[in-house]
Design a protein around this ligand. Structure first.
Ligand SMILES: O=P(O)(O)OP(=O)(O)OP(=O)(O)OC[C@H]1O[C@@H](n2cnc3c(O)ncnc32)[C@H](O)[C@@H]1O
Length: 174
């Protein structure tokens, strides 16, 4: 069974899609797993740690043969605040896949609020006057006028974490 360390549909849906296409016939379930980092991780290290902790927690679930951790982070540079995805895929045999996905520049006013300590989800909800946008289109869907929604953003990141499973001969296990 594939266990995802989240119950957010915007994360479960892309895992179901990709795993059905690539590996076929595996049941996918989401469980709440502590990320061990802040609700809104800042920078790559914290975001990777959150994704890795979620994947490890997911793999510890009874019956799990795969554990997946998907964590979104925000990082700041001279251009502003960037939202990006990190995926960690662990298989029971010790094989691991990791990817950092694409990134999208947040509007300056949104970036400033996240820099001041707010969580991105509620800030985006307030901006568009809707609830729980992080479970649907996500910030990326809102900003791209739905051309790239959160499911698609995650699908792409997940695909990029799969090479060690797709080309195992090129990624020897230690
Ligand atoms: O239920 P979980 O798995 O925790 O899903 P999440 O969306 O809350 O958690 P993430 O770890 O993916 O993201 C960290 C925070 O960044 C925010 N966030 C990330 N991506 C977002 C998006 O596309 N749209 C809105 N908020 C987003 C959200 O508020 C999260 O609390």
């Amino acid at each position: 069974m594939v266990i995802v360390g989240s119950t957010n549909p915007a994360k479960l849906e892309p895992v179901r899609r990709v795993f059905a296409e690539v590996f076929g016939g595996l049941e996918v379930r989401g469980v709440e797993v502590p990320s061990g980092v802040r609700v809104q991780p800042i920078g790559y290290e914290e975001t990777f740690t959150g994704a890795h902790n979620r994947a490890k927690g997911a793999l510890r679930t009874p019956g799990a043969s795969w554990g997946l951790g998907l964590e979104a982070g925000v990082e700041f540079n001279d251009l502003g605040a960037w939202l990006f995805n990190v995926a960690v895929v662990l298989r029971e045999d010790g094989r691991t896949g990791v990817a950092r996905g694409g990134s999208v520049l947040l509007p300056p006013a949104v970036g400033e609020r996240v820099r001041a300590g707010e969580e991105l989800g509620p800030v985006m909800d307030e901006l568009v006057g809707q609830k729980d946008t992080k479970k649907g289109p996500g910030a990326v869907g809102i900003l791209t006028l739905a051309r790239v929604e959160r499911v698609e953003f995650w699908r792409h990141t997940l695909e990029l974490a799969l090479p060690p499973f797709l080309r195992p001969e090129l990624y020897p296990l230690e």
